[in-house]
Design a protein around this ligand. Sequence first.
Ligand code: SF4
Ligand code: SF4
Length: 449
Amino acid sequence: MRLPFAWTAKIAAHVVKQKLLRTQKFALVLQLEPLHTCNLTCTGCGRIREYSTNLKDMMPLEDCLDAAKECAAPMVSICGGEPLIYPLIEELIDGLIKQGRCVYVCTNGMFMRKKMRDYLARIYSAKTEPVLGKLLEEKLITEKDVLAIRKGKSDDRPVIGPSKWMYWNVHIDGLEYTHDLIVEREGVFKECVEAIKMAKILGYQVATNTTVYKETQIKEIEQMFEYFSSLEVDAHTISPGYEYDAAKKDMVKRLGKQPEDFFLTRKMTREKFKDMEKWGDRFTIIGTRVYQEFLAGKRELTCTAWAIPTRNVRGWKAPCYLMTDGHYPRYQEMLEKVDWEKYGVVDGVARDTRCENCMVHCGYDPSGALSPKLSDTWKNMSYIFGAKPQPYYEGRSVNAFNGFSIGKGHLAEAKAAINSNPASGGCASGDTSQRDELLAKIATSKKTS
Ligand code: SF4
Ligand code: SF4
């Protein structure tokens, strides 16, 4: 099975119950954004550009837990911002699991190892020594970390331990060079890989979460799946990028790029995802078969954004994770007050021009899951209950560390280019605009070559 049986049973029971109750619109996955603060500034991220990233602007723990109860979604995806910055993230995950939810912790990976060291400190006993030895041997922790872990953790706060009800969902947008370029910081890919290796040794469930942009090379995405499959990552999610208004403006102002140079149109998405079903056969890609057919251009679907609602510090965000036409205090109020017929693309015609190029999972994956056709239900069930693809160990030979780790990171290239061209201004002027411009040019030439 592609998802654990317990997850599949819980989700299926929820759908059947809502159908029996004849509920027209209901939530399948809650996208919970307890805060919008992040330690990174990824290209294309709408969140850190649309919302306040001040640490004062975050949801109280009770509101987060109440939001899950209120919409009753069986799955909660904790995102943001970077959720591991949320001061009560341990209590939040613990509380959601106690409510019986399936939890994805969507993270950029930078603080995962710290959270797992906290877990090790909490459970530390002589029996933990072999696993510490293994982590040391693999260089995933240091001698200093071991000393700290051995001291234990005695406060009464929960820790984030391995659970069948939780996945780490690590943001990975390509191999090292590309990923570090998109997140606009070198060394992030390497940290993600180390965090994933540590998580697997400790018995956590781990997924990767990838957004495909216009410049993403599909060959590289396949290699990325091969590489992470060889690390025995449990699941992958993948979705086409979307033109956030906030991200578009940022791109023009900060990087001097036009949105059409970066984001995908519908036609381009279908071209990029034409082998989606083959990827689904080879790798443990989470999502419905019907959505995969939609991405591959084999069928149309109508947006069901109400099934993956977003709750953040300002309320329930309507109509969807991507667009903001308003925030509502209650989920039910949002369902009733939003004119859902105004959104989405029907038979190839956009009801709202902003929806024109959207094929993202949060609008259309639930459409695949909730399709009334029996043939679609059968397709989805066969896919979900089908045998889980085996790890692809040949993926170890993929040249994943093709950037910063071999001295070819995008910042190193920019620096070398600046140093070799004194007329470019160099340091001490205090004006970084030329450097930024150069960096953008290097990024563009490298990614389109
Ligand atoms: S890690 Fe996520 S929230 Fe942070 S900037 Fe990147 S995409 Fe945005
Ligand atoms: S199609 Fe749906 S998910 Fe996509 S932007 Fe429009 S309302 Fe949002």
